[in-house]
Design a protein around this ligand. Structure first.
Ligand code: HEM
Length: 181
């Protein structure tokens, strides 16, 4: 994944657990790079190893860490100059969730080697919708739940999420029933 993601992970760990924790996690993960270049694409394995080492070292379940990281990602991208992309993708939570593929198409103009996930929505209502998530990468559904919560915070909404189809349980993709209040 692009260095932007690894940098966000680094910032997330450093903010909540300190720089020394990050340095230890990097060593446990066997990652020699001291920093990541935002626009350089790195093997996904590096990100997965960092997440695995962080969970081990901080005694956090992967699903919890990924969910919190997903919430952080919305803040991070907003602060790193991508806030206008988020703003342009929709003026309500329903709208932005419907436009996630378009958002990543725009991101892909800056990051040409992007391998984005894909999303679609069904049962869109005033008080919620079902979000379908497709990715070639395994295990990131909890991050999507955090992303939805982060977007909810951005719009001042409370979201309740049910992971209604789970790829880990044999479904062909993940889906989330989202209630918005
Ligand atoms: C302006 C804001 C955003 C930017 C700049 C951005 C950028 C990126 C980048 C660079 C990656 C790594 C993919 C790669 O390197 O091949 C990524 C992955 C991802 N993005 Fe976004 N993104 C944004 C917003 C969102 C939002 C709002 C969601 C909400 C669901 C989202 C969902 C994901 C997920 C789940 C992945 C993990 C990769 C996968 O599932 O295969 N992104 N994004």
């Amino acid at each position: 994944m692009y260095g932007l993601v690894n940098r966000a992970l680094q910032e997330f760990i450093c903010t909540h657990h300190g720089e020394a924790s990050w340095a230890a996690i990097r060593i446990t993960a066997g990652v020699e790079l001291e920093f990541f270049v935002r626009m350089e694409s790195y093997p996904d394995d590096i990100t997965y190893r960092l997440v695995g080492a962080a969970c081990e070292s901080l005694c956090i379940e992967p699903a919890t860490l990924l969910r919190n990281f997903g919430r952080h990602w919305v803040l991070f991208t907003g602060q790193e100059g991508y806030g206008s992309l988020l703003d342009g993708a929709g003026s309500s939570l329903q709208e932005i969730l419907t436009n996630l593929d378009d958002l990543h198409v725009r991101v892909g103009l800056m990051y040409p080697a992007l391998k984005p996930p894909s999303f679609s929505c069904s049962d869109v209502r005033e008080d919620g919708l079902t979000l379908h998530y497709f990715s070639e990468r395994p295990g990131l559904a909890p991050m999507v739940m955090g992303l939805i919560e982060g977007l909810g915070e951005r719009f001042g909404k409370t979201v309740t999420i049910r992971h209604s189809c789970d790829r880990n349980a044999g479904a062909d993709h993940d889906s989330f029933d989202i209630r918005i209040a």
